[in-house]
Design a binder for this molecule. Sequence first.
Ligand code: UD1
Ligand code: MG
Length: 451
Amino acid sequence: MPDRTCLAIVLAAGEGVRMRSSLPKVLHAIGGRSLIDHVLTAAMRAGGADIAVVVGPDHAAVEAEAKRIAPKAEVFQQRERLGTAHAVLSARSALARKRDDILVIFGDTPLIRSETLAQLRGALAKGAAVAVLGFRPADPKGYGRLVMRGNDLLAIREENDGSAEERKIAFCNGGLMALAGDKALALLDRIGNANTKGEYYLTDAVAIARDMGLQAVAIETSEDDVRGINTKAQLAEAEAVLQKRLRSAALEAGVTMTAPDTVFLSTDTKFGKDVTIEPNVVFGPGVTVEDGATIRAFSHLEGARVGKGARVGPFARLRPGAELGADVHIGNFVEVKAASIEAGAKANHLAYIGDARVGEGANIGAGTITCNYDGVGKHKTDIGKGAFVGSNSSLVAPVKIGDGAYVGSGSVITKDVPADALAVERALLTVKEGWAKRFRAAMTLRKKSQR
Ligand code: UD1
Ligand code: MG
C-alpha cells in the first residue's frame, strides 16, 4: 500500500496484574524481545509510518522501550482505564491528522504478523470503514462474537452483553482492527458506555459504522496471530508458537538441525548457508552464524558472530561482543566475551577469554584465563598471531603476548611478552630419584612399630 498513509495506535495501558510481576506486561519478552517490540515492529513493517503508543500512568519504562524501537512514536497517556475505545481516543491529536488507514493494535498481542495487518489495510483500501480480525478459538469464552450476515459484519457483541443465541457464535473478535482514517474520529466519538462493564468498547465501532451506512468486514486469521497475553502461562505459550515459526523459517532457509524442537532462537538470529545446529542450543539476541559453521550441542550464544566454517561447542558460551573469525574452534566449557578470535585460532577446552584479541592461528590451552577484571575496571589482553598459550595460564590484563610467542603452562603472565619469546613463570622443578620408594618404606616401618 505505497500510496496510502497509515497511523498505528498501540494500546499498552494494561497493568498486567495477572503476570504477578513488577515489570509492566508489555515489557515481558518472547524470542529475546519485548512484547511491545514485536507489536511495533509488525506495525512498522505493515506500513505504519506514524505510531502512537497509549500507556497507562507511571509507564515511563514502557514509553522508553517504545521510543527505543520507534523513535518517532508519539506517546499518549490513558489516565483511567475506561475501555478500548477510550484508550484509542487518548491519541486524539494523532487521529485528527487523518491518515488513510488507522490500525489499532493491542500491545500484548506479540504474534501478530505484518502480513495480517496488511490484509486489514487491504480491506480499507477496498472501501470498508472498519475491518476486524476474526478467528475461531477452540474455546470462545471471553471473546467478543462477530455477528455476520454473509460477508458483512453487522456487529461485535461482547461476551457479557450478548444473547444466549449470540454466545453460540464460534467466530470471534481477535481484538485488533483497522479504521478508515477519515471516519475514525466520527465513529469513536459516537461510542457510549451503556454496557454491562460500563466501558467504552472499541468493538461498538462496527454497529455504528453500519448505522452510518458504512461497510464493516471481518478477515479470518489463525488463533496464534491474535493470541493475547495476560499470564506467564500464556507468555510461555506465545514463546512456543514463536519458536516454532523461527525454527520453521531457519529450516526453510537451509539450516540443518537434528532436533529443532530443542533449539531456541531469537527473532534476529541470522544464519548463512550450510550451518549445522546440534541439539539443545540457545541463541539469545544478536547472533550471526556464517556459512558452514557448526554449533555443537548445549551451547549458549548471545550478541556474537560466528565466522565461516567455525566450530563452537559442545558446551560453549559466547557472550556479547564475541567475534569468531573463519575456522575458529571454540570447544567445551570455553567462555568468550567482548573478544575477537581471529581466523583459525583455537581454544578447545576450559578457558575464559574476555576483553581480548586472539590473533590468527593462535592456540589457547585448556584452563587459560584472561584476568580481565581487577575489581574496579576491565582491561584488555592482546594475543598475537600464531602465539601458543600453554594450559592453565593466567594472563593478567592489561597484557600483550607477541606474535608467535610461547607461554609455558601454568604461568601467571603480568608483563608483556615480545614476539617469538618464551614466557614461563614457575618455581624450579625438583626431581628426587627414588624418593617415593624410600618414603613408603619409612612410613610402613613406622606404622608397624606403632602396633
Ligand atoms: C477485547 C475485545 C474483544 C476481543 C478480545 C480479543 C473490546 C471491547 N473487546 O476484549 O471483542 O474478543 O479483545 O482478545 O475491545 N486497554 C487499554 N485501556 C483500556 C482498556 C483496554 O489500553 O481502558 C488495552 C489492554 O491493555 C489490552 C487491550 O486494550 O491490550 C484489550 O483490552 P482487554 O481488556 O484485554 O479486552 P478484552 O476484554 O480482552
Ligand atoms: Mg484481553
